[in-house]
Design a protein around this ligand. Sequence first.
Ligand code: HSE
Length: 440
Amino acid sequence: MESSHDSVVRIALLGCGNVGAALVELLSDPARREELRQRTNLDLQLVGIGVRDLNKQRSSASWFPSDLVTDDLDGLLGRDDIDLVVELLGGIEPAAGFIRSSLEHGRPVVSANKALLAEQGVALSALAADNGVDLNFEAAVAGAVPVIRTLRISLAGESVNRVLGIVNGTTNYILSTMATEGSDYAHVLGDAIALGLAEADPTADVEGFDAAAKAAILAGLAFGSVVPLDQVFREGITKIRSVDMAFARQFGYCIKLLAIAERVGDDEMSVRVHPAMVPLSHPLAQVDGAYNAVFIEGMAAGSLMLYGQGAGGMPTASAVLGDIIDAARNAATKSPAPALSNDANYSVIALDSLTSEFYISLDVVDQSGVLAQVTKVFGDHNVSIRSMEQVGIGEEARLIFLTHEATERDLAATIHDLEALSVVDAVGGVIRVIGQSEDL
Ligand code: HSE
């Protein structure tokens, strides 16, 4: 039962897609509402739902508050009976403008907008702090997985060395299915689109744009430094072949699309998204299907991993609801979270100078002297070979190399010269290999 001690929080929701509809259910279903009220002593009242298209089909559940739906978003935010705003519109504008005006009116904001947070998170967070309210965005990275709060609060005192994230469920589903079924990328992608597991236009996922925005957010939190999105190196999964999957496994690895934020030296960081060979013994290697996970390596904490559902209406709405409760409690006690730090001023290191081990697959003519020509190119560029495997493919041979640590610059020069060799028919795959953290 409602108690006179319950604090009423009147919520305006902007955007009612998949996540918004799930949030409406969590806030409107009578049994859920009662449980929430008992657990939090907050009376969370949805008072308006701003949408772009009034004609879109919405829930027919008896509790769905159709009367709250409006396409007049300015009018909704102009009302004076709003305590908190949830932004689930996505995109930069008008979402940014709505968030700014809400914060300036002293209203806490909860957003799941990764593109906006990656671009303007620090500025918006400063605006929130200036106005004495919270800007929470747990749902912007990895859905229900509480990685934002972990980095912002639990690890606030930690010196983070590296964050490795599987933060895109679509690509993780495609890569895990390729690995288990031995199917090609195009085949698995086609099935995923037909099943509704991938968008009809999968570009943002498969080319790594979605993961790059999340990488920028994670790096900003881990290192207290803004990461311009255009400085995040990005390579998607479209060139990964099932044959590379099979060789990876033979060498003791699986292939994952990773979002990586890494401290380099005292004042630089590397922020990048690319497919990587992950040792099968690493916890990230167990993360299959559409699941997300974020593996954090800290100086004092050592290694830890968060795992869960990174997308979907209910999992993401769960993160939004947690943010609402947190922001509402902080508003009641007038103790908002501090603004995001941007004091570290780390610069993003150019990819060229980074080192990694590499997997390289070459299709070559199968005749004497070829291996000598090929390995000479590696040696010319100081790229040391750790192991090599040869398999016959008809008149040709496929050579699989794993290298020791080499710089991206030297590796690129090696690939360039290998492609120029007449005995090399194709450089089939070049994949970075992730090193095992020492405490694993
Ligand atoms: N499209 C994303 C994914 C979810 O596949 O994980 C939203 O960020």
